[in-house]
Design a protein around this ligand. Structure first.
Ligand SMILES: *[C@@H]1O[C@H](CO)[C@@H](O)[C@H](O)[C@H]1NC(C)=O
Length: 221
């Protein structure tokens, strides 16, 4: 009798772990169609008879992203919205271009672990652990060919510290990992988060909060 609850618990845990991230596919592919009228968890499936090789092709990485912006960086995502063949496959990719000094600012992906490979240039990268692990910074300088992992949900960044533009590709463990850019979600909101909240949270004067809220917070993705 004692075994039953334990094995059930293990099964429940296994199911919980299996379903914590993107679902496994139930067929060879499930190419998405965009239906803006209806909202479901994921995307509708295109008739498999209508699916062609083009549904698995994404040409958006052929040319560099436009880094002429405040951050001097540009993320070009190939998530399920851009590349419908990814639907249900639990994976996606992004191209990240960096001009000199370009920064991909601190952000998280709520639904994906990221593995980054540097194909040009030199990047200072890092992620910060959660509160239980004392918010420790794990940081490295990456050179061409180096690979680094950013665990799901953790805040991370990449900065071009080299003397040339830099280029990296990031694969993510979700068809739709999404982005939460820290500065933007705190300071860019309209209407804003109450200054009472921000002055206390950041332990600064209202003047500083007003200043930060008045800035232009660019979204590089
Ligand atoms: C985090 O800090 C606490 C308090 O100083 C310490 O007891 C604990 O070992 C630290 N944990 C890690 C993972 O460093």
């Amino acid at each position: 009798m004692k075994f039953l609850p334990t094995s059930l618990l293990i099964l429940a845990l296994a199911i919980a772990i299996d379903f914590a991230f993107d679902l496994s596919p139930l067929q060879d592919f499930c190419v998405a169609i965009n239906d803006p009228e209806v909202f479901v968890n994921g995307k509708f499936r295109k008739d498999p008879k209508q699916v062609t090789a083009d549904d698995f092709l994404f040409e958006g990485f052929r040319y560099p992203g436009n880094t002429a912006n405040l951050l001097r960086s540009k993320v070009t995502p190939a998530f399920v919205h851009q590349s419908q063949g990814l639907n249900t496959l639990g994976i996606s990719i992004a191209r990240i271009d960096f001009a000199l000094g370009g920064l991909n600012p601190p952000h998280t992906h709520p639904r994906g672990t990221e593995i980054l490979v540097v194909t040009e240039g030199t990047l200072l990268v890092g992620f910060v652990t959660s509160n239980q692990l004392n918010n420790t910074l794990f940081t490295k300088v990456l050179y061409k060919g180096d690979v680094f992992v950013f665990p799901i949900g953790l805040i991370h960044f990449q900065l071009n510290i080299g003397k040339t533009p830099a280029l990296a590709f990031a694969t993510l463990s979700s068809q739709n990992p999404d982005f939460i850019t820290i500065a933007n979600v705190v300071f860019r909101l309209k209407p804003p988060i109450s200054a009472d909240v921000l002055t206390k949270a950041f332990q600064v004067d209202k003047k500083v909060v007003d200043y930060l809220q008045a800035q232009f917070w660019y979204d590089n993705n």
